[in-house]
Design a protein around this ligand. Structure first.
Ligand code: PMP
Length: 311
């Protein structure tokens, strides 16, 4: 069940009052943009931590700009509002925050302009470690990632998630855990809501930003951790489908899943078919950093209750 209090255009209201009209432009056309931010509970510290909240609101601002919408508050104010929202809901469990900026007006013309936008921030419980520890099995979807000339891929556009939703359902119905989407010209793009990294020998590679991916914030974190902990420089380049079948290790990364080991693609084992050592280390490290479990990367997290003095 989502938490009851929702931030709507500067006020904290009950979720009933936050509902858009069924005639809202976004309901018909998906005209809007959104984000997903993790909030992780640390029992020892007695605090909840937002992971990379400023970066998510900065991406929301860029998404809005691409769509010709205006984010009505600066990212820093929205981070503060999100902390207040979680305090008002007294959230003391791993959760997920879902900022949405969408056309709420009831004009039914297909256009981005002159239809009042609304900013809502609901939150819902979501356990931090829900990925199967044995790793996940993927298929290359028959659906492809949309091209940036049809709808902007750099923006997290609400309507653009129909493709990933179809791909996910196809994968589940065929007995897999997740779908991998190729670009329209057949290169690896990403999974339905996460980015992919593959290791072949010593090389870690990930599709370039121009290969129709959403540039993930978790991907940036994983890239930093690979550099700091393993001295690895991740190469951003085109990745062939056949590399998925031949690689030694693969992982998916995104805000919801965090780091997920891929153990199989289209029935071929990745490496020896068990989660890669480096992937497992990254998974542990990011999960710990996300709830401020140690001394590393405190700049990636924001305390919600502020039970400790900020250094
Ligand atoms: N690609 C897509 C299509 C996504 O929806 C997401 C989730 N936001 C990602 C990649 C991963 O991005 P992030 O790490 O910023 O959550």
């Amino acid at each position: 069940m989502p938490y009851d209090v929702v931030f709507v255009d500067g006020e904290f209201v009950s979720s009933d009052a936050a509902r858009p009209s069924v005639l809202a432009n976004v309901v018909s056309y998906g005209t809007g943009t959104f984000e997903g931010i993790r909030a992780m509970w640390n029992q020892e510290r007695g605090d909840l931590f937002l992971l990379e909240a400023p970066a998510h609101y900065e991406r929301l601002e860029r998404s809005a700009r691409i769509l010709g919408l205006r984010l009505p508050y600066p990212p820093a104010d929205l981070v503060a509002a999100t902390c207040e929202l979680l305090r008002r809901n007294d959230v003391r469990a791993d959760s997920y925050v879902r900022p949405l900026l969408f056309l709420a007006g009831e004009q039914l013309a297909v256009r981005m302009h002159d239809s009042g936008s609304r900013l809502c921030i609901p939150a819902t419980p979501m356990p931090g470690d829900y990925i199967d520890p044995r790793g996940i099995r993927c298929m290359v979807s028959t659906w492809r990632r949309g091209t940036d000339v049809a709808a902007p891929n750099r923006a997290k556009v609400i309507g653009s998630y129909v493709g990933p939703a179809l791909a996910k359902t196809e994968a589940i119905q065929r007995g897999f855990d997740e779908a991998l989407l190729l670009t329209t010209d057949g290169h690896v793009a990403e999974a339905t809501t996460s980015n992919i990294l593959v290791r072949s020998g010593d090389e870690w590679a990930t599709p370039a930003a121009t290969d129709d991916i959403l540039e993930g914030i978790t991907r940036r974190q994983v890239t930093e951790l690979l550099s700091e902990d393993f001295g690895v420089t991740v190469v951003q380049r085109r990745v062939h489908r056949s590399e998925l079948y031949a690689c030694d290790e693969a992982l998916l990364c995104g805000t919801a899943a965090m780091v997920a080991p891929v153990v199989e693609v289209d029935g071929r084992r990745v490496g020896d078919g068990t989660p890669g050592e480096t992937t497992l280390a990254l998974q542990r490290e990011l999960s710990s950093i996300a709830r401020r479990g140690g001394d590393r990367h405190h700049e990636w997290t924001t305390p919600v209750f502020g039970t400790e003095e900020e250094a």
